[in-house]
Design a protein around this ligand. Sequence first.
Ligand SMILES: [Mg+2]
Length: 265
Amino acid sequence: MKQNDARGTMHAERESTNLPFIVPRSDFRVSTLRVLLWDIDGTLVRTKRSGVFRDYTTPAIKRIFGTAGRLHEMQVSGMTDLQIICEALRDEGFTPADVAARRGEICEQFVAELERVTNAGMLYAAIPGVRETLAAVEREPRYLSALLTGNVERAAYWKLRVTGLAEFFRLPGAFGEDSDDRRDLPALAAARINGSLGLNLLPAQFIVIGDTPNDIACARHYGARVVAVATGRSHTAQDLLPFNPDALIEDFDDPAVLLRTLALL
Ligand SMILES: [Mg+2]
């Protein structure tokens, strides 16, 4: 499957993992199909200590732009990588266009530093129960899983590979190099997924699953549904509730909980 957009190199990266694009199984009606758009950090994977994000992004940004600006003082959860860099460098004379123009280098450096500082992935782990939950979802013809993450695509798949979750994500998605505003990502993911499947799924057939208010906001912006999960470091269930997700679950300890939740949306 070829994507005729400007992201050929990123698609080539996914293709290099030999993950085939999937076609819908025959035993479902299109109107009942739901695409789950999974966030990564704090939702599918977590680091074994805090601060790993800054460890790999600070040297990457410094190498490209000569400074990491105010990255050290920022709260970054739920932001896209492009957005984080724009925000960090705003007072350093770099415009969002300057940052976007170097997205190729950004993707390359982020993965290089990620591999270097995390010692071959030893610092990342799948969140408990996530693997079993993804497997349970995959057994249901009604659901497909895809990624909607602030990570640049290469970093996203790197994190999924080292945590053993990459096999569940064979559809296109939306990633951190796509926009400096996460609210743009659901529409991009939906367009790519519809193109890949040859379908025209409606916004309400997409369900964002994420651990921050930004995940909820991006879903609302597009008209998707959203399940908030209190699995991240930055927001508890109490923190997330005021943002009015369609549903909220505490963890993935019992895969049946997400399936029951999805069935109600
Ligand atoms: Mg997250």
